[in-house]
Design a protein. Structure first.
Lengths: 310, 281, 432
């Protein structure tokens, strides 16, 4: 440690008599607040301000290029009577719920499979992460073509097995369209889940497994009583992120169906976009976007409670 | 760890599931690649087996590179991603260090606020933010996205770095403090140089998120010369209602490559960062 | 493959200097229009026909500069980005002097546009008078807020060879006749494919006309009373349902604008509603298909034959510092010498809204495009017979009429879908 201190003394030039300013600056609270001042100001300006401005907008009738007039909760009332709004809410919850579940289960499966020794593990891991890191709109365009019944490999297979031509309409049938976006979202997000859970798995000490085996615990018991509990915190964090991303998803639907067929895949984000950017109603659009907030908060609280309880 | 004994066991336990995941993960990329080298006559031909190419051509790539601004979009995307990531790392560090190392009143409040910012996803902010950008006269400039991307990246970087910072042993900093270094000097000269792996992890994550961004770019960048790859490919490889599918796929593939490359060098750090953040948080 | 609007040569040095310059420029606020010499900036959406844009940049602009010394800067934004770009300009009060408008922009931004009635009057008088559709597209609150330029028609595209196989040589006159033919063609594995999804043009192009041709409408001519709940609407919905079930591909429910083009080139469908792009693209890329592609007007229903008005017009921003110069330029642009040349170069993709061009030589270049001219007589904005308004834009953005038909086709009852549409429209016209 002495050598280190010498090196440190060289690097650092302590003044002989500390001016009271430096002493002040060195107090934990002063230092911390000063250090955080810039990022907090940044976030306040570009997140906080728009957030509160968005709330204000939602309380206004504000057509584009016109001044806004305060209308109180009128926009929210309009949404409440809008049948499409409720469909959108339903869609977003279903989409988020099912896709997250699939990603969690699939991710766990992927993590368990990857948690073994085999060659080229690193290459495989890198390849598996591709769906997550590639820009969503680009991969979705590929899916657009792949889901065309005339060109879809799955359809060809099904037709060959006896399904009536041309096979299921993935983007035309309202239910299948929702299935399709869930599948693509799962395809995109599963690697993120899987690789993160894998990292978590790798922190579980193998002695625990060995001890359990010696006590007679089988594979399933080991999984249920050792692996799962230890993975809980990671599952919680990843799920939280995933839920937020999925709930607010925009790109996938925008490129694939733009909310069709007949709003079967319309989500909060795309509906708000259409109303604000297409219809020119900024206030109404903001009110739809804001509707995401309580729903999101609810989801997260519910999730946290569920995953935190023993 | 579980090891299988015997080749058959290996195959079943390892390669069957892994193979399945690999096929599912990579199939769309195979599709992109195949489509991008198919001539139009094959592309639109529904009677031909779509998984193979009979007369491959590089025409779509040539058209993409010479007739659209794809290279310019790629440059823009990389520039924006690098600068936005740099800004986010700096701001993230400035948030994470005090939270990791200092005790002060209001620390938990700040931590909760940052967590709460996650609850404010882009689609919630884009309408008022568009207004703000307009009034700052930043429409159609790369500055608009360089300024707004960190709003989603800073909380992430802060969180990831926080997790990482907590794993760094405190001895060196304590020694420096004993030697009379100010907190700033300690942070700048002693602590941060030790955190390179953390910065790489957070940086890769931020970089990836940044070049995946679409909504803000769609709204703020309408001129071709300032567009990023996602918006450029979606908005401009169409004319009226005609998609130039071959070019689109070529663009999709080429747009994925830089990221995948950068990624493959740093995947260890990426994963380490995720772990540090989630396990230790 | 056809040319792009922005070609960037890719020699490495050129690219690097371009990138460097572009980066520098892109980081800062765009410079205001030339301080020394006057510049007028025109904003346009990238044209489907590239020579159309080039004509302005390379022929018209230099000619005007030569004549008057005023520079004309032609800014092109990509398809779909025009509303966003105009939004920004309107909200910030700067960025362009003259702008092109699509379907909805005259309505949405009318309070930022100059009254150009005088120019429109003179142009109309000199060139045979405006089509009623032209007036409908640009008059807001009794004032001309834009000068009509053209329509981009949406018409029936049909495969002459496959129709001939079932004994049909001429495109049918009514929806019912088309329906019967469609049934036979679907049995022959050549179904119809009309967009019912969330695109922008190819769905409106037939669904609004279908509604009108049965006598239905969203809102009455007073612009306030929601009248969608009617027997006429129900009849239109019922027709649409059987039309979908018995003649079309299932997939059309999820189609966006590009889907029917794709399906046409893949020879999956025998009839659809589209702008000129299918024929144009087929002639260039798939000539064999192009030979058997023809275009026809929308069929008629019991209450008449209708088409969608998809108008293009030009407006002058009221906050422009070069208002007078912009007015002068618009007069010059709408003069037959310039206008005629500009229309002609675009293969009749832009159908003029002045009667003076009814017999222009450009129609003879591709006779199959003639129905686009004839369709102008009964072309209307969505929301007709109500006049243009903000609410119309909101209804279009929310896909009210489209979804009403689509949900019925997907299996919902006629009563329910009309009920939903009425509820939505009542909400939309809340402030009318």
């Amino acid at each position: 440690m002495t050598i280190a201190s010498e090196r440190l003394s060289v690097l650092v030039h302590p003044t002989r008599r500390r001016a009271s300013l430096s002493v002040l600056l060195d107090r934990q609270s002063v230092f911390s607040w000063l250090m955080m001042a810039l990022p907090l100001a940044f976030l306040a300006a570009l997140v906080g301000y728009p957030f509160f401005y968005g709330i204000l907008l939602s309380l206004e009738d504000r057509p584009v290029a016109h001044a806004g007039t305060f209308v109180g909760l009128k926009n929210f009332v309009t949404n409440a009577y809008d049948p499409v709004f409720w469909r959108v809410a339903f869609n977003t919850f279903v989409y988020t719920g099912v896709a997250t579940l699939l990603k969690m289960v699939g991710g766990l499966g992927l993590a368990l499979a990857m948690n073994q020794h085999f060659r080229m593990k690193n290459l495989v891991r890198a390849l598996l992460l591709l769906p997550f890191i590639v820009p969503t709109v680009l991969s979705t365009v590929a899916w657009l073509w792949m889901l065309d019944p005339a060109f879809s490999v799955v359809n060809r297979l099904l037709v060959a097995l006896g399904w009536p031509k041309p096979g299921p309409s993935w983007l035309g049938d309202p239910t299948l369209a929702m299935v399709s976006i869930i599948i693509i979202n799962t395809w995109r997000g599963l690697p993120f889940y899987g690789i993160t859970l894998l990292a978590g798995l790798q922190t579980v000490p193998s002695e625990l497994y060995e001890a359990a085996s010696m006590d007679g615990a089988g594979g399933w018991e080991r999984f249920r009583f050792i692996t799962l509990p230890l993975l809980r915190p990671i599952i919680l964090i990843v799920t939280l992120f995933s839920v937020i991303f999925t709930f607010a998803d925009f790109q996938l639907v925008y490129v694939l169906t733009h909310g069709g067929p007949a709003n079967a895949t319309q989500l909060f984000a795309t509906y708000a976009f259409d109303i604000a950017m297409g219809g020119g109603q900024l206030g109404l659009g903001a009110s739809v976007a804001l509707a995401m907030l309580p729903a999101l908060a609810l989801l997260i609280v519910a999730l946290t409670i569920y995953l935190r309880r023993e | 760890m579980v090891t299988g004994h015997g080749r058959v066991q290996q195959v079943v336990r390892v390669w069957l599931p892994i193979g399945f995941f690999l096929v599912v993960a990579l199939f769309p990329f195979y599709w992109m690649a195949i489509t991008s080298i198919k001539p139009n006559s094959e592309l639109y031909n529904k009677n031909v087996m779509p998984l193979i190419v009979h007369a491959p051509t590089l025409k779509h790539y040539v058209d993409l590179l010479t007739k659209s601004s794809f290279l310019l979009w790629t440059w823009n995307t990389m520039l924006v991603a690098v600068v936005a990531t740099a800004i986010s790392l700096v701001l993230g560090t400035m948030l994470a260090y005090p939270l990791a190392r200092m005790r002060f009143a209001g620390a938990s409040l700040i931590a909760m606020t940052i967590a709460a910012i996650y609850l404010v996803p882009q689609p919630l902010l884009f309408i008022p933010l568009a207004d703000v950008i307009n009034h700052l006269h930043l429409g159609n400039t790369l500055t608009s996205v360089i300024l707004t991307y960190p709003t989603m990246l800073v909380p992430f970087c802060a969180w990831l770095l926080l997790g990482y910072f907590k794993t760094v042993p405190k001895e060196l900093e304590e020694a420096a403090r004993i030697d009379g270094a100010s907190r700033l000097q300690t942070m700048w000269k002693i602590f941060l140089p030790l955190c390179t792996p953390g910065f790489i992890s957070a940086g890769i994550f931020a970089f990836t998120l940044s070049q995946n961004e679409f909504l803000y770019a769609l709204i703020f960048l309408t001129k071709s010369s300032v567009r990023t790859v996602p918006v450029g490919v979606i908005a401009e490889l169409i004319r009226g209602d005609v998609f130039y599918w071959g070019q689109l796929m070529a663009g999709a593939l080429l747009g994925s490559i830089p990221v995948a490359l950068i990624y493959s060098f740093f995947v260890e750090h990426y994963v380490a960062g995720l772990t540090a953040g989630s396990v230790k948080a | 493959m056809t040319e792009r609007a922005f070609g960037h040569p890719t020699t490495r040095r050129r690219f690097l200097s371009l990138a460097a310059a572009g980066t520098a420029a892109a980081m800062t606020r765009p410079q205001p229009a030339g301080a020394a010499e006057k510049t007028i900036t025109i904003l346009h959406e990238s044209s489907f026909i590239k020579p159309f844009d080039e004509y302005v940049a390379n022929t018209l602009a230099p000619a005007y500069e030569k004549e008057t010394g005023i520079k004309v800067s032609y800014e092109v934004t990509s398809v779909g980005s025009l509303p966003t770009r105009i939004s920004t300009i309107a909200e910030t009060g700067s960025g362009a002097d003259i702008t092109m408008n699509g379907l909805l922009q005259v309505i949405q931004f009318s309070n930022k546009y100059l009254d150009v009635g005088d120019i429109a009057d003179d142009v109309g008088k000199a060139q045979g008078g405006w089509y009623e559709a032209g007036r409908e597209a640009v008059v807001v609150d009794g004032k001309w807020k834009a000068i009509p330029f053209s329509n981009i028609g949406q018409l029936m595209n049909w495969r002459t060879d496959w129709f001939a196989e079932v004994g049909v040589k001429k495109f049918p006159e009514t929806w019912e006749e088309l329906y019967e033919i469609g049934k036979r063609l679907k049995a022959n594995d050549h179904p119809f494919g009309f967009e019912l999804g969330h695109g922008f043009g190819d769905n409106h192009g037939w669904l609004y006309p279908l509604l009108w041709s049965y006598g239905g409408a969203e809102v009455a001519a007073d612009g306030k009373t929601v009248v969608i709940d009617s027997d006429e609407t129900a009849r239109a919905v019922d027709f649409c349902r059987k039309f979908f079930k018995d003649t079309m591909l299932d997939d059309v429910l999820g189609w966006t604008d590009v889907s029917n083009n794709k399906a046409w080139m893949a020879e999956q469908i025998s009839c659809t509603n589209n702008a000129e792009s299918i024929l144009w693209f087929a002639k260039r890329e798939f000539p064999e298909i192009g030979k058997v592609t023809d275009q026809a007007m929308n069929p008629a229903g019991p209450k008449g034959r209708f088409h969608l008005l998809n108008s293009i017009s030009h407006s002058i921003f009221s906050f422009s510092p070069a208002k007078e110069e912009a007015r002068a330029f618009m007069r010059w642009l709408m003069d037959p010498k310039q206008l005629g040349g500009w229309y002609a170069i675009a293969d009749s993709y832009y159908q003029p809204l002045l009667h003076g061009y009814d017999n222009a030589p450009m129609w003879n270049v591709e006779p199959r495009n003639l129905p686009y001219r004839d369709a102008l007589a009964n072309a209307h904005l969505p929301g007709w017979p109500a006049p243009a308004s903000q609410q119309l834009a909101e209804s279009v953005a929310k896909y009210v009429v489209i979804d009403m038909f689509a949900k019925a086709c997907a299996g919902a009852s006629t009563k329910d879908v009309i009920k939903d549409a009425a509820a939505q429209l009542k909400g939309i016209y809340r402030s009318a």
